[in-house]
Design a binder for this molecule. Structure first.
Ligand SMILES: NC(=O)c1ccc[n+]([C@@H]2O[C@H](COP(=O)([O-])OP(=O)(O)OC[C@H]3O[C@@H](n4cnc5c(N)ncnc54)[C@H](OP(=O)(O)O)[C@@H]3O)[C@@H](O)[C@H]2O)c1
Length: 274
């Protein structure tokens, strides 16, 4: 176990995983420095000049990179970030990564070769994308348009990701390891929306769309760069490579991951918009 008097930084501490990682660490008595663009000190992936101050006195850290490790510029950012962390004396980095993304894999390699002891938590699609993430508004409209065909995805509970990250930060023997984590079963998006419909008592439908149609829809809302990044990501991760669930959560935590039904029902009880 790590000492609870050392400071653990959480980069992306207002986000889905970071908030949970920070909460869990504090519940276990660890001193946490929550970092995001609006915190003091601030941390902005676009402003490397501020990273050294943000990491001052930090012994361990969890990082969720934004927008995505597969996005242009991520390799340079992770190279610089790990160098700054090393100079700041950080002794362990846990980095969130995306399963099946070639660009993310290159960033993982940079991290693991950086000289700073590190662990990768490589996650499948979040179940919470539907309740607090990028698909929440689409779910509200009742139509979920994605270029995912009938591929299956082992959706993972973000609380499970946070638990694995905290175990990696506070337990022993995680340096140099990649925890590839997924939920317990693979569902199609049709099956997932059937589950949402059942839990919420209203019709929520999955609409498979082509990549060009998806790109145009995202570009209209978020601009062409975001549209291109998300479309290329979908093209990669929905080609069947990520269908099989892994034993990553069980291996790291000694208990199985939570299934999508449990997570979505809990989110409804907790008052999440769905
Ligand atoms: N969604 C999925 O299914 C999935 C699956 C696998 C991996 N991932 C990976 O998960 C990561 C995102 O993690 P998440 O979902 O926990 O976060 P999130 O909910 O998307 O929130 C983003 C966090 O990053 C902060 N942030 C935004 N822009 C920033 C910037 N320029 N510099 C510094 N911080 C910034 C936000 O806070 P402020 O806005 O307050 O700064 C917030 O704390 C991405 O790397 C993604 O590839 C996602």
């Amino acid at each position: 176990m790590t000492s609870s008097t050392s400071t653990t930084a959480v980069v992306g501490a207002t986000g889905k995983t970071g908030r949970r990682v920070a909460d869990l660490l504090e519940q276990r008595g660890h001193a946490v420095r929550r970092l995001a663009r609006g915190t003091i000190p601030a941390f902005d992936w676009q402003r490397p000049d501020g990273w050294r101050d943000a990491l001052d006195g930090v012994e361990r850290l969890y990082a969720a990179y934004v927008p995505d490790l597969a996005a242009p510029g991520s390799e340079a950012a992770i190279t610089r970030f790990t160098a700054v962390a090393r100079v700041a004396g950080v002794r362990h980095i846990v980095l969130l990564s995306g399963r099946g993304e070639d660009g993310a894999r290159r960033c993982e390699d940079i991290l693991l070769a950086s000289g700073v002891p590190a662990t990768v938590v490589r996650a499948s699609w979040f179940t919470q994308n539907f309740t607090e993430g990028m698909l929440r508004d689409a779910v509200d409209t009742g139509v979920l348009a994605l270029p995912a065909g009938d591929v299956r995805e082992p959706f993972i509970d973000v609380d499970d990701i946070a638990a694995v990250a905290v175990e990696a930060l506070t337990g022993t023997g995680h340096e140099g390891r990649i925890h590839e984590v997924t939920g317990p079963e693979s569902l199609t998006f049709t099956e997932l929306t059937e589950l949402l419909s059942e839990i919420h008592g209203r019709d929520i439908r999955y609409l498979p769309v082509g990549f060009d149609e998806f790109h145009a829809a995202v570009a209209a809302e978020d601009g062409p760069d975001v549209a291109t990044m998300l479309t290329e990501l979908c093209r990669e991760v929905f080609d069947g490579r990520n269908v099989q669930p892994t034993a990553g959560v069980l291996d790291a935590l000694g208990r199985p991951p939570r299934d999508a039904r449990t997570v979505l029902a809990e989110a409804l009880r907790a008052g999440a918009r769905v």
